[in-house]
Design a protein around this ligand. Sequence first.
Ligand code: 13P
Length: 252
Amino acid sequence: MRTKLVGGNWKMNTNLGSARELARAAARGVTDSPATVILFPPFPYLLAVGGVLQDSGPGVRLGAQDAYPGADGAFTGEVSLSMLADCAVSVVLVGHSERRHLIQETDALIRAKAHAVLDSGMTCMLCIGETLEQRERGETDAINRRQLESALTGISPDCASRLVVAYEPVWAIGTGRTATPEDAQTAHLGVRGVVASILGSNAAESLSILYGGSVKASNAEALAIMPDIDGFLVGGASLVSAEFLQIVEAVS
Ligand code: 13P
């Protein structure tokens, strides 16, 4: 049985007060949910959100939106995995499309981050997905394969239980356009096949693969019933507690 997960990626949004408020609402709202919720606040609010979640039980975990793949040292502006562990972070996003395309992170850097997160004992939520041009050229599966192989080749199969993949087609992020449930299912099935070829079929079968890109309360249920969609990574709608909790409910 695969773990159902719903991530709330707040991106560069919230302030100290609204971050605490969103975390309180999530902690209160998911007490009986079979899905695990992971909140990804901006770095400055990790401790405050972690403080709110401290008494909320294992149903809500704390995540970080990024990490530097090296030991503490002279890397101005970066945040290390040991600092994140100190803040009770247990999940790290790697390869989000905004970091691939806006911040110009390379495949090599994303690979180093994925390996470092898994080596640290934390969960790596690896984000992949094609741009609109790549989709129109029929390259969705090839791009997903390239991004997965590039990031995951060489990881130990022992780490597979701490890997989550989020398929987030770039054209669907923040645009209001969502992949149809059938298209998302086809892409997820392809992802599972690639992961099987890298990490083996047992790891692929138990891997949680999340869909992300304009997920809302109104489209979550139709996506969530697809057999290879194991949850969501939510951006904009995670900033509105009532809507986010409805999405969690749809996954449950
Ligand atoms: P939206 O839900 O705002 O489209 O963002 C998706 C996303 O990028 C989550 O990581």
